[in-house]
Design a protein. Sequence first.
Length: 438
Amino acid sequence: MRPGGTSVQPLIEPIDNASEIVKVLTLHGGFNTNAVILGTTLLGIAAGVIGAFALLRKRSLTADALSHATLPGIAGAFLIATALGYSGRSMPVLMLGAAITGVIGVACIHLILQHTRLKEDAAIGIVLSVFFGIGIVLLSVVQTSKTGSAAGINHYIYGQTAAMTRSDAYLMGTIGVIASLIALVMLKEFMVVCFNEGFARSTGMPVWLIDSILLGLVVLITVSGLQAVGLILIVAMLIIPPAAARFWTDRLWRLVLISAFIGGLSGYGGAAISAIFPRKPAGSVIVLVAGSLFLVSMLLAPTRGVLADTARRIRLRLLIARDHVLESLYEIELGIANSMHPHASWWLIRLMSLRGWIKQDPHGLVLSESGREQGKRIHRNHRLWEQYLVSYADIAPTHVDWSVDQVEHVLSDELIADLEAALLERGISIPASNGGRA
């Protein structure tokens, strides 16, 4: 019930069959449900865009403190509004209160950092816990108030999309669009400050003002997502999408786009699941969808993903082991080695036999013509790098083997040419094939 006896109908009703689920997912589930899904989707997009810059600027923990510091503002705004005879459940009123105490909390962090020797993590922990404690105390006052309209305020802690009104969804979506547009307009300034603050200051850019605008956008996203996601979990919407996007790209504009996509998909998926299963906490579901997308990104991203990185490491180890075997067989042919490298396992020898690099004869393993060329190249690369370290890095010949073994397998043609030129300047020549030592 709103003050004055006006009933509030939840926007999302329970859904019981598969056809209704399809309607929800395809935005045919009714105007009210669509409003909530679109509102949370726009919020997720905005959180992804703003969160990308906050993550690069290392402001993620500050956003966490800000979100917890909104609780006293929410409870205080409710008490003040009801005391003045206004609706304590008015979304704009609660958002204004949340924004005020959130900004005060961040200001307290900066004051602690400026006037004490405490580190940032300690300052954030102090402000976060103290403001959240104040909010819990005020929330208990709200719960025991005689206004009769306090029900639902605690939903701002964990979020509840089912309690949102149509105007709440419109306001949330509008704020998301405005915040995204401001971030795109400020793209160049944010990029410079995030990657090279010293250069930004030297060119006269108002770094403090740019940081303040970024913080203001974080405040907007935080307070607008309180009812959908909750003040405890809203920070996840600012951190998880850009962190997931980072696995997919090294370019800033792509990072922002992918982060916006992941954030929007998280908002859409979480709100849709909340509509299908209305007893599930919406904020937690939205964050779980974001977490699932993060897990997929962490595992499957083609460049930075765990599986791709593991595959690269396996390929590199296989390359190194193969090169060592080829080099040792070539040196045995030259008479400067008398045993196989310990990496010569049976499966590696089998693979190299299939490639046609080695073959078996009555005397054991021998190199084929193509294998001999490979072994000659690796042996020469080894000697080039070894001689370069001895000549230019003043490393004793007895201390270069380990370093050479790490590098000789990845020398490019351009680097080999540079090594040859550098050694020739000192009158050192490494023949293409030589059984002796330079």
